[in-house]
Design a binder for this molecule. Structure first.
Ligand code: NAD
Length: 483
């Protein structure tokens, strides 16, 4: 019988009462391995009510107690890292080493939130008027919703939960319906760490479930991570009903290679950041921009390295590229190779012909694809493909390359390879993205900074996790006193 995945409510797994369900696949084999419950509006209404009741008590618990729970949770994440990674790989398809890495990045957010007593410090001004003092505090929002994407089923919830909970909020997490097991397991571990029942609820579901949460008057704030069209609509709809919203969207990240760059290092970075996690990362590089005549050498080097990428079972430690998350997504990604050649680009490598030992396995595998001579008008450049497809767009000068990045509607990350401090400084100053790397392929900030893009990659004002996370999950209050 197919496994049935329900919800995590009031401190326990529950089956769910709606008749709606969705399929969960194992991307490595293509098999249907579970069905996940999709919560209906009446279930959402109940959970929001329960979260409010839990939030009222939780906000009054001492900060030290909340931090202690997080410290125990951190130890449980370390202890269960391999188990969580196995759950992620089974339903998401990413390499088990990537899945372990995702837990490690999530642990950084837990560690940051464990220092909340410092991050929450208010300020005090004595004698602002005769015998009057002024001070400020930050307080939790109440019941907050977290809606998370399929590509990081543990890390993105861990970007949100530690700060939200430590600040004294109750959280309703609606994970992606494609890989729901790891988020439920995170909730169990928080329960084991001592989090009171009802303070974190995991409600599984699809866009109808999400819509019921977003329109519910009892929800105070929404943290969202997913594709740009959904992020935009989540931001517009939820702010229209007075909620605080941070909605992180998709990306089209460029890697620029200047003539003075170490071409070997640049090619290696492009391959690992382009094909790593099968290109299903919002910080994946998808466009490489050789500047001022380095294109022939760079393409040759990238072609050689692309052909050497080992496609295979994500549990096999020798594999370098695992399957995509669903069969439908694989077909969509592969269609861009045909579109690119139809629009006049040169297909250097077609991932459908480079499957290695994964060929014929039934899994959702697609090898690396390399497209040269793309232009900004082509679909392969315009769209977020979210798969192992790297395009090269040639630029004749640094200024042309910078203009290309800045004209792109997305603004998550960008990377420059150079050996010149002058160009590095200029790029840092002028590029219009939220996270940039100089000779660093995936510039994801560590847990004590915050994560977020610009333009169509983020709707809202505050980035995710770190100091911005604390600001997002609290609101300020100033007090004037005379005794
Ligand atoms: P998605 O947008 O399809 O789904 C994300 C979440 O939104 C899921 O929980 C889904 O159930 C829910 N959802 C779907 N339709 C909705 C709707 N109409 N209203 C409300 N909620 C809805 O994204 P995905 O395929 O799960 O994840 C991949 C996308 O996420 C990529 O675009 C990637 O770039 C992006 N992403 C961005 C970041 C970032 O930090 N900027 C990080 C990870 C992933």
């Amino acid at each position: 019988m197919t496994e049935r995945i329900g919800h995590f409510l009031a401190g326990a797994r529950q089956e769910g009462r709606s008749s709606r369900i969705g399929p969960v696949y194992c991307p490595a084999t293509g098999e249907l391995i579970a069905e996940v419950a999709f919560a209906d509006e009446f279930e959402v209404d109940e959970v929001v009510g329960a979260a409010h009741a839990a939030a009222a008590e939780w906000r009054d618990s001492p900060l030290g107690e909340r931090v202690e729970i997080l410290l125990r949770f951190r130890d449980l994440l370390v202890k269960h890292r391999d188990e969580l990674a196995g759950l992620i790989t089974r339903e998401n398809g990413k390499l088990v080493s990537d899945a372990r890495g995702e837990i490690s990045r999530g642990i950084e957010s837990v560690e940051f939130a464990s220092g909340l007593s410092t991050h929450l410090l208010g300020s005090f001004s004595e004698q602002v008027a005769r015998s009057i003092d002024a001070y400020s505090v930050r307080q939790p929002l109440g019941a907050v919703v977290a809606i998370t994407p399929a590509n990081f089923p543990a890390m993105v919830p861990l970007w949100m939960l530690p700060n939200a909970l430590a600040c004294g909020n109750a959280v309703i997490l609606k994970p992606s319906e494609k890989d729901p097991s790891a988020p439920i397991r995170l909730a169990e571990l928080l329960d084991e760490a001592g989090l009171p029942a009802g303070v974190l609820n995991v409600v599984n579901g699809d866009h109808f479930t999400a819509a019921a949460l977003l329109s519910h008057p009892g929800v105070d704030a929404v943290s969202f991570v997913g594709s740009t069209p959904v992020a935009r609509s989540v931001y517009e709809n939820a702010t229209a009903t007075g909620k605080r919203v941070q909605a992180l969207g998709g990306a089209k990240n460029h890697l620029l290679v200047l003539p003075d760059a170490d071409l070997d290092a640049a090619a290696e970075a492009a391959i690992s950041a382009g094909y790593g996690a099968a290109g299903e990362r919002c910080m994946a590089v998808s466009v490489v921009v050789p500047v001022g005549g380095v294109e022939n050498e760079l393409v040759a080097e990238m072609e050689r390295r692309s052909k050497a990428v080992v496609v295979g079972d994500p549990m096999d430690p020798h594999s370098e590229l695992g399957p995509l998350i669903t069969g439908a997504h694989r077909a969509r990604v592969a269609s861009y190779v045909d579109r690119a050649s139809g629009e006049g680009a040169r297909v250097v490598l077609d991932g459908r012909e480079h499957l290695g030992s994964a060929a014929g396995s039934g899994g959702f595998y697609l090898g690396p694809s390399l497209i040269d001579g793309a232009t900004p008008e082509m679909a392969v450049y315009r769209d977020e493909i979210f798969g192992p497809v790297l395009s090269l767009v040639h630029a004749s000068s640094y200024d042309d390359a910078l203009d290309l990045v800045n004209a792109n509607p997305f603004g998550n990350g960008a990377v420059l390879f150079t050996s010149s401090g002058r160009w590095a400084r200029a790029f840092q100053h002028d590029v219009r993205v939220g996270m940039l790397g100089i000779n660093v392929s995936i510039p994801v900030p560590p847990g004590h900074f915050s994560f977020g893009g610009w333009k169509g990659s983020l709707f809202g004002d505050l980035h995710m996790y770190g100091p911005d996370g604390v600001r997002f999950y609290t609101r300020g209050k100033t007090v004037m006193t005379r005794w």
